[in-house]
Design a protein around this ligand. Structure first.
Ligand code: RUB
Length: 317
């Protein structure tokens, strides 16, 4: 688990969906390889690992949803370590196969909103958006893609390389060129790291100002993400934590009077977003929370559903 945690922190594993896949796989492996002699010992081992993951990146509700679903199984009444092991392994497997199907659905719905011959603008690297674009290309809807470099870690290059490898015409631009070049796009599609109770969207830093540029040019902004990115704690007034990354990602310079800030994410207000494309359909941002909360079947009083997450919010970091 420790290797996965450090790869997530270093962004060797990036994008909310890929982070979730790695975390679920690490828990599955931990359960499989565990030598715990009792169900209680195995339970504690897995819970310790979960806390490490919860602290790996602050703004990752999709990972937290996965952990919440698996934690319900970890907490379930089971007497033998062997039986609990099997339950955890099969919970991890079925969670991931459900999420694969969800991604296919999002690609289908997302491709469906792209008009024939459209140019799509995107920011950063979202595996979900990449799937939509590849499908739209296969369905002969997409004409091309404009994507930003996405400073400071340049994840936009991952998008550009992956699309170019698939034969999709892609133009990469500096983040600061987003406004002057927005007029060349028909749609803006970005991913999301978190969807808040009021429909606001947390995504890679820069998304909010690109969304403003799109609004100015009458380019509609769609957000594509799994419904599991909804952060239920925001329903009870908790704020999403915005991860602040090391200053040296911006500049290695150190000098008196020089301060460097490096927030990794920002918040795009719901009013700027046309629809959130998730596996349940294309939803208005304002109705997203109500629909998803019910689907996730969350119990406000359950430890597996909320306490571990609250603990992280309070003492994490
Ligand atoms: C990546 C990012 C992506 C979302 C969605 O940030 O902001 O848009 O995570 O990705 P980072 P996906 O590179 O810091 O992880 O659709 O793959 O879940």
């Amino acid at each position: 688990m420790k290797k996965t945690v450090s790869d997530i922190k270093a962004l060797k594993i990036q994008g909310a969906g890929k982070v979730r896949v790695a975390v679920v796989e690490a828990i599955r492996r931990e359960a499989q390889e565990s030598r715990a002699g009792s169900a209680e010992k195995l339970r504690n081992e897995i819970k310790q690992g979960m806390l490490l993951f919860l602290n790996s990146r602050a703004t990752e509700p999709e990972m937290r949803t996965a952990l919440r679903v698996i934690l319900r199984v970890v907490q379930s009444k089971t007497d033998s370590a062997r039986e609990l092991k099997q339950k955890i392994i099969s919970a991890c497997n079925s969670y991931e196969s459900d999420r694969k199907k969800a991604l296919e659905k999002i690609a289908e719905f997302g491709s469906g909103i792209i008009p024939k011959g459209a140019v799509v603008f995107t920011h950063c690297h979202s595996n979900t958006v990449e799937e939509i674009l590849k499908r739209a290309w296969k369905e002969r809807r997409l004409k091309g893609v404009i994507c930003t470099e996405t400073r400071p870690k340049m994840q936009g290059r991952i998008t550009a390389e992956n699309l170019a490898k698939s034969g999709i015409p892609v133009t990469i631009i500096a983040d600061s060129a987003a406004y002057p070049l927005m007029h060349g796009a028909d749609l803006l599609i970005t991913g999301a790291d978190a969807i808040l109770a009021n429909g606001d969207v947390v995504n890679k830093i820069g998304t909010a100002q690109i969304s403003l540029a799109a609004a100015k040019e009458n380019v509609p902004h769609y957000v594509a993400c799994s419904s599991h990115k909804f952060d239920p704690l925001t329903t009870f007034g908790e704020l999403e934590i915005i991860e602040e990354r090391p200053p040296l990602e911006i500049w290695e310079k150190k000098m008196k009077h020089l301060k460097i800030r490096n927030p990794a994410f920002d918040i795009t207000r719901a009013t700027y977003i046309k629809e959130i494309i998730c596996e349940l359909g294309c939803l208005a941002p304002a109705s997203f929370a109500a629909i998803v909360y019910e689907r996730l079947g969350l119990d406000r009083h359950s430890e597996a559903d909320f306490s571990i997450i609250k603990l992280f919010r309070k003492y994490g970091k």
